[in-house]
Design a protein around this ligand. Structure first.
Ligand code: PA5
Length: 460
């Protein structure tokens, strides 16, 4: 059996979903443009403009990460990641997929529990810090810019805690992952002599999971990060094919672009049939949302990414998906092999509703649910494609990450937006700093306060 990810885009076609789908001639009319964008990507990559695509080949950096990870594993009971957004979501995604959501309840001996803060909700942060004795805990502070308020606040709190509880050698419990040259965290790490790992230049938060940002926590919990990178590099080769019908990332981007602009499918749903892939959905959501949603010539570009979990959301969102507005493009993610299965015992043979389940297995039921839900979407003329993971393995995760990064960058190019910036995120970061009284932001603060007063009221 093919061990690679497989893609079935036939459910986006007019022959499956009628006029809500795409005609072969519309897709072939776009082929020249698609291949030109692929060429441009390759050309820019040769010029050093896409360093995230080369992360699977950074052997020295991986060796350095593995070295630190081994030391952490031998010494600490907890690994706490201080960071947010692209400096946290990839860590959680790798962990949930490859270690499982319940890892912390019983990690194997010699492996740390992993906690990813990804917020400044005081209850959430307090609960995690309470669970981790600082004397047994390693804290990885991750921020590309080094100036994100959430991460700095988490760090200020943890540093204080460590100094009080661990004493003068508290720095041994800390590692800062940040820009190699600049930013406040780099300055602090230099001043206070903390160990550091670099976020490679030109690699932005949501594209950084295969840099030290995402790899250290994964390696510390024993994930085979080299296998993830092998999967990514295998997909890299597939994503270079100059053939629209044979290049999954190019076709995925092209079909989504056409569905968005020619069929008004403005919501992209990732429908994941695997609990372990739940956070892969969250990672995908950020990659699409933050890369694509921007002003473009003639208006605003973007699609709203949504995450659904099968079969749970069959009993929550499926009604809307099948009979609500036809404004969505669905990507169903199917897993073929599960490392375990559970039998469904046969009983009550006289009751038709129970009888047919007996003797089947949970994997078979899960698969039938996936096939049934997908059929219902197609029957209701909702464009639906499918990505098949042979299994949830490090290689498959690596393939998916690389595939999705290339696809999203191509989609941004079609839409005429910059995949790598996030001015909307920066403006909220600036507003927060102004509201908290950062020096030099007085004018911004006055603007925010004036705006709050000049609305229509409607407060109860
Ligand atoms: O993807 C992105 O660029 C963002 O989500 C950032 O990762 C997030 O805002 C955190 O930024 P930083 O890593 O600079 O702290």
């Amino acid at each position: 059996m093919d061990a690679r990810l497989r893609f079935d885009f036939s459910g986006f076609s007019a022959s499956r979903v009628g006029e809500e789908g795409l005609m072969p001639k519309e897709v072939s009319a776009f082929e020249k443009r698609a291949l030109a964008e692929l060429d441009r990507l390759a050309e820019e990559r040769r010029g050093g403009l896409h360093p995230y695509l080369d992360l699977p080949y950074q052997e020295r950096s991986v060796a350095e990460v593995l070295d630190v990870a081994e030391r952490v594993r031998g010494r600490f009971r907890n690994f706490v990641l201080l960071g947010i957004g692209g400096s946290a979501l990839g860590n959680r995604m790798l962990h949930t997929a490859l270690r499982g959501p319940h890892w912390n309840l019983a990690p194997p001996p010699g492996h740390p529990r992993l906690f990813v803060l990804d917020n400044v909700d005081p209850v959430h942060v307090g609960e995690i810090l309470d669970l981790c004795d600082p004397g047994e805990t390693f804290y990885n502070v991750v921020s590309k810019s080094g100036g994100t308020a959430e991460t700095l606040a988490q760090f200020l709190l943890v540093r204080d805690l460590l100094e009080k509880k661990v004493g003068p050698r508290y720095g041994e419990h800390l590692l800062v992952t940040t820009d190699p040259e600049s930013g406040p965290l780099r300055e602090i790490a230099k001043r206070e002599g903390y160990a550091t790992l670099p976020v490679p230049p030109g690699v932005g938060g949501r594209f950084s999971v295969f840099s030290p940002v995402g790899l250290l926590s994964a390696a510390a919990t024993g994930i085979d990060v080299r296998a993830c990178l092998r999967g990514a590099s295998a997909m890299d080769a597939r994503c270079r094919a100059e053939d629209l019908a044979g290049n999954a990332a190019l076709l995925h981007a092209t079909l989504h672009f056409l569905l968005l602009t020619a069929r008004r499918k403005t919501i992209f749903v990732s429908y994941l049939y695997s609990e372990r892939l739940r956070d892969l959905g969250e990672w995908t959501r950020q990659l699409i949302g933050e890369s694509v949603g921007k002003p473009a010539a003639g208006g605003f570009a973007g699609a709203t990414p949504v995450v659904s979990i099968g079969v749970t959301d069959q009993h929550s969102q499926q009604q809307l998906y099948v009979e609500g507005p036809n404004d969505k493009a669905f990507t169903v993610i199917q897993v073929e092999r599960f490392p375990r299965d559970l039998p469904i015992p046969a009983r009550w043979s006289d009751l038709a509703e129970a009888e047919y389940l007996g003797g089947k297995t949970f994997a078979r039921l899960f698969e039938a649910e996936r096939a049934g839900a997908e059929f219902a979407l197609i029957e209701a003329r909702r464009p639906t494609c499918r990505i098949t993971f042979p299994e949830v393995s490090p290689e498959a995760i690596g393939e998916y990450v690389h595939f999705m990064e290339v696809s999203v960058v191509l989609l941004c190019r079609y839409l005429g937006v910059d995949p790598f910036n996030q001015p909307g995120v920066e403006s909220s970061k600036d507003a927060t700093r102004a509201l908290l009284g950062r020096k030099g932001t007085e004018k911004r603060r006055a603007e925010i306060e004036a705006r709050a007063k000049s609305d229509a009221g409607w407060r109860i």
